[in-house]
Design a protein around this ligand. Structure first.
Ligand code: DX5
Ligand code: ZN
Length: 224
């Protein structure tokens, strides 16, 4: 069943516990935390101390998206801070195979993200190993950007490879997800839909999570 994953990037950081409470009341059980270093992407956000504080106030699954240079070195710090799942970018990891195994050996799930300009073929030799793939549907760095539709073709392709090879990885999408495109994304074969501004900039974030979840559950993957 497809799952909506709120990204706290668009939440009010001065009221983070309250904001997390809202989306959890709406039914969210996984939270997406965006880590940016001002090098891999032109923006700066949070580091391990904030993840550690969030860990203390929620039992939701913490899905930590590392948009940083050298994720090979830093991934472990985020697991120690309380991340359940860690995503590294294919474009940033020098030793991707080793980093995936390292994350898994620390007891966390390992995800690999690809930017809009990176083809699915760049993932060929890790698909048998990873726990999930994050298809970026915006160029990473900021919330509130417009959805880039080539993500849908990539999801369809990943879903097909998954079925043909009996792989178990999940497929996640991140960027520009809204009530308008959620059904189409699920129909393409996506399992986890990250949404930031659409949820936190809405008048009632709990209701928006519920609505998105309802649309996601109503749509079924169309196998091609
Ligand atoms: C962007 C981040 C996203 C961001 C998505 O680089 O990785 O997680 O929060 O925001 P929206 O849903 O507003 O596009
Ligand atoms: Zn993200």
């Amino acid at each position: 069943m497809a799952k909506v994953v709120p990204s706290i990037l668009s939440a009010d950081f001065a009221r983070l516990a309250e904001e997390i409470g809202k989306v959890e009341r709406g039914g969210a059980s996984m939270l997406h935390l965006d880590v940016m270093d001002g090098h891999f992407v032109p923006n700066l956000t949070i580091g391990p101390p904030v993840v550690q504080s969030i860990r203390k106030i929620t039992s939701s699954v913490l899905d930590v998206h590392l948009m940083i240079e050298d994720p090979d070195t830093y991934a472990a710090l985020f697991i120690e801070a309380g991340a359940d799942q860690v995503i590294v970018h294919q474009e940033a990891a020098t030793h991707l195979d080793r980093t995936i195994r390292h994350i898994q050996s620390k007891g966390a799930a390992a995800g690999v993200a690809i930017n809009p300009a990176t083809p699915v073929s760049a993932l060929e030799d890790v698909l048998y190993l990873v726990d999930y793939i994050l298809v970026m549907s915006v160029n990473p760095g900021f919330g509130g950007q417009e959805f880039i539709p080539n993500a849908l073709a990539k999801i369809r392709r990943l879903d097909r490879i998954r079925r043909e090879n009996h792989y178990n990885f999940r497929i996640e999408i991140d960027g520009g997800v809204s009530l308008e495109n959620a059904a189409e994304i699920v129909r393409a074969g996506c399992d986890w839909l990250v949404a930031g501004s659409h949820i936190f900039h809405s008048a009632d974030p709990a209701a928006t999570v519920k609505e998105l979840q309802h649309v996601a559950e109503g749509a079924t993957a169309v196998r091609v």
